[in-house]
Design a protein around this ligand. Structure first.
Ligand code: SF4
Length: 429
């Protein structure tokens, strides 16, 4: 069976010059795909002329033991590939500062994600991976994306995979990424076949044995959280390795598995995650209107956001690991300063936990002379001063307009602000 897949891969690789992009989550399926590709590149030797990219995404709230494992494997792969002179590059993609879990949850007060409001996947996984893939398609015209999806994973997965149009070379055009074609080399493998392949092919050619991954699976009793490139990919979390902050699922089975099998140190993380769920359901902590002005539970109120930051810093102290970077705290402060906070409370709170956030320049609210100037200009041009202030307050949310996916978000936020101003105007009249 392995040989048939190897032959197909070799054939597909030789067909054209388009780079291959292997989506690698560190889980068993994508590890199997990566190993098949790596073996093929080694076997082809100098004939393997086109580049292979290995992309992993780090949401920056991954379960710490899984994140550390993925980072070490990627390093081992890159070191080995360099030593052998292979045209293979590993990439660990991360969200931009305004896309992180903490910027959205604590900075802007988004309720922690649910199945219906799964803002995390788009911001923390899809956008970062898309930036890399779009960059490669812009450079090379087109790419082939290799995924570890298998029909046997679930009936839904089987239906989706069967429903996709494939060309004679078993490639199907990606339904969202222009000029990207998908290849699923282990589409017909069963779970057991993947495990057997990995056991039989241990250690892999890059030398970092699969034992650590096998151990993680043994502890977590779960599946893998794939590199997500579109919203059709099922939610991670649950029994899969996913974010330790995941509130999309009822219980984080993998985290519980880790704790029950000896990783007691993770308990503060599990506690914080449970608190996130409870706080999301407590309507007294939420604004009465949504950001777009419609009725219904909205963002966390300022005092709830402060509470969240405090709980996070406490969890950080309890677990003995940095859970939020200095620059994220600085960014949260910029968002709070723009919205409600004149007292640098995020920075001060961090200080009480021994975190001195330096080198971050939080955007301060307009000073008196700037406010006066804004008033004058708004009057001169017959503009609503409040509206202009709200629009200006978006600036820290969007520090890099060139990043992929940022402009539609900005357009959406501008739309919400303008709509709510129009509605307020209507209410006054
Ligand atoms: S693991 Fe949960 S929180 Fe993380 S991206 Fe997936 S659904 Fe969102």
């Amino acid at each position: 069976m392995w040989n048939a897949v190897r032959d197909e891969l070799r054939e597909a690789f030789r067909q054209d010059d388009r780079p291959w992009v292997v989506a690698f989550s560190g889980g068993k399926d994508s590890t199997a795909v990566l190993q098949l590709v790596y073996d093929m590149v080694l076997e082809l030797g100098p004939a393997a002329r086109k580049p292979v990219h290995v992309v992993s995404s780090d949401t920056m709230v991954e379960a710490p033991n899984v994140a550390a494992y993925v980072e070490r494997v990627l390093q081992a792969i890159q070191t080995d590939a360099d030593a052998r002179g292979l045209k293979l590059t590993t990439h660990l993609v991360r969200p931009e500062i305004n896309e992180t879990f903490w910027a959205k949850l604590i900075g802007l007060g988004y309720p922690s994600p649910t199945r219906w409001f799964r803002w995390c996947t788009t911001n923390m996984k899809i956008k970062p991976s898309r930036r890399l893939i779009d960059g490669l398609t812009a450079e090379h015209g087109s790419v082939i994306l290799l995924l570890g999806s298998r029909r046997a994973e679930s009936s839904g997965r089987r239906t989706r995979m069967d429903g996709r149009r494939r060309n004679a070379r078993q490639l199907n055009p990606h339904h969202e990424i222009p000029n990207a074609f998908v290849l699923n080399p282990i589409a017909d493998w069963s779970n057991d076949e993947v495990w057997t392949y990995l056991y039989e092919s241990n250690p892999p050619p890059w030398g970092f044995r699969h034992d650590e991954m096998l151990n993680l699976y043994r502890q977590a009793v779960g599946g893998e959280c794939p590199v997500v490139v579109d919203l059709n990919t099922p939610s991670c979390g649950g029994s899969r390795f996913g974010c330790w902050t995941c509130t999309v699922v009822k219980a984080d089975k993998s985290m519980n598995g880790f704790i029950e099998t000896g990783d007691e140190w993770m308990r503060p993380l599990a506690r914080f995650r449970d608190e996130l769920k409870t706080m999301r359901e407590d309507l007294s902590l939420r604004e009465e209107k949504r950001r777009d002005g419609s009725d219904g539970p909205g963002a966390f109120k300022p005092h709830a956001r402060r509470q969240l930051l405090e709980k996070l810093l406490q969890a950080e102290r309890d677990v003995g690991l940095q859970l939020i970077r200095d620059k994220d705290i600085g960014y949260i402060q910029r968002l709070w300063s723009a919205e409600f906070d004149l007292a640098d409370s995020a920075l001060n709170l961090a200080r009480t936990f021994g975190r001195i956030v330096e080198g971050e320049v939080p955007a301060l609210p307009l000073d008196e002379s700037e406010q006066a100037l804004l008033k004058d200009l708004a009057a001169q041009h017959e503009l609503n001063e409040d509206l202009i202030t709200k629009i200006l307050s978006l600036e820290p949310e969007f520090p890099n307009l060139d990043a992929w996916g940022v402009k539609p978000d900005l357009r959406k936020r501008l739309g919400e602000i303008i709509e709510s101003a129009v509605r307020a105007e209507g209410a006054v009249e």
